[in-house]
Design a protein around this ligand. Structure first.
Ligand code: SAM
Ligand code: SF4
Length: 320
């Protein structure tokens, strides 16, 4: 698949549900979101049809996300089927980690290649404050289970929040012990959440790294994402990297589409442009119609992000 600016699109992020057991402050409002009615949510078989059709056009990698993907019923059936789709080389998953203890083994056995874990703080109180409902220990148990199952590379997503989790030292302590890559992500103003006062840029954050820590550069752990260079210090097992989602310029290299839980294809995370795939799936699957919709999404994929017209969907309704 190619868009009109010559970018090859071979990566799809699939949001399996808009439901989540946490309510992270950067992802959804305190009162929660009106949940999609059951019949609006794509069925596992419908998602598989989309994956099969896209794989025929060059889709190579899929990342399952949410909401929280581990609360989606049928997740394992989906993975089991999807791994046999011809052309699809990799299935990965992004989770908040809180159910990973029970899932890491089966995910590994079923062939999930990579797991990314959202972990906004290593301090129990701050973790609770940021996730509103979460318990740090449960998330760390999940992280450790994933390590025990041999998920490597294991990446941790940390959305940077000024004054809340922008002390790099606890994360350095973590990577001194664990072979993980902590990715510091700039807060994105997606959805109708105004957290401008908590925004901290990558550049500002870098200034908070204590002078004595000598960071060295290396290629980031292999992956599909925009974080390319990672940094380590002598003796550290893991590394850190940055996703300057707001101040960086990745659009030229953007290789992805996003599928929402209610069957809308989003050509750009930041944009309100969406293509509803449901008419090509219901009442009956229509492959020609579906291809037409994929082409429409490719055609409408913007050249770059437009921060004056950002998506009205909350991140939990997009999948990150
Ligand atoms: N529940 C899973 C999780 O927390 O990882 C998967 C879904 S969540 C929407 C995917 C990722 O989106 C999270 O790991 C988090 O890093 C990122 N995210 C959510 N809201 C964000 C925001 N406003 N800005 C930047 N990243 C955000
Ligand atoms: Fe849930 Fe993930 Fe959003 Fe947090 S970031 S509220 S865990 S979907």
């Amino acid at each position: 698949m190619r868009d009109q600016f010559g970018r090859t699109i071979d990566y799809l992020r699939v949001s399996l549900t808009d439901r989540c057991n946490l309510k992270c402050i950067y992802c959804m409002p305190e009162e929660g979101i009106p949940l999609l009615p059951h019949e609006e949510i794509l069925r596992i078989e419908e998602i598989l049809e989309i994956l099969r059709e896209m794989a025929r056009l060059g889709l190579k990698r899929v990342r399952l996300t949410g909401g929280e993907p581990l609360v989606r019923r049928g997740l394992i059936d989906l993975i089991r089927e999807a791994k046999h789709i011809q052309g699809l080389e990799e299935i990965s998953l992004t989770t908040n980690g809180t159910f990973l203890k029970g899932f890491a083994g089966v995910l590994k056995r079923e062939g999930v290649k990579r797991v990314n874990i959202g972990l906004p703080s290593l301090d129990p109180e701050k973790y609770r404050k940021i996730t509103r409902l979460g318990d740090l220990k449960t998330a760390l148990d999940g992280l450790n289970s994933a390590i025990e199952e041999g998920f490597n590379p294991l990446k941790i997503n940390t959305v940077l929040l000024k004054g809340l989790n922008d002390d790099p030292v606890p994360f350095f302590e973590l990577i001194s012990k664990l072979e993980v890559e902590v990715r510091f992500i700039e807060l994105m103003p997606v959805g109708r959440i105004n957290l401008d006062h908590l925004f901290i840029s990558q550049e500002e954050f870098l200034k908070k790294i204590p002078k004595g820590i000598e960071l060295r550069e290396r290629e980031s752990l292999e992956g599909n994402g925009p974080a390319r260079k990672s940094f380590f210090f002598p003796g550290s097992k893991g590394s850190i990297s940055f996703i300057p989602a707001l101040t960086g310029h990745f659009c030229r290299e953007c290789n992805r589409l996003r599928l929402t839980a209610d069957g809308h294809l989003k050509p750009c995370l930041f944009s309100n442009i969406e293509i509803d795939l449901k008419p090509a799936l219901r009442p009956a699957f229509d492959s020609e119609n579906l291809r037409g919709k994929f082409n429409e999404a490719l055609f409408k994929k913007p050249k770059e992000k437009d921060l004056f017209n950002v998506s009205k969907r909350f991140m939990t309704q997009i999948g990150g």
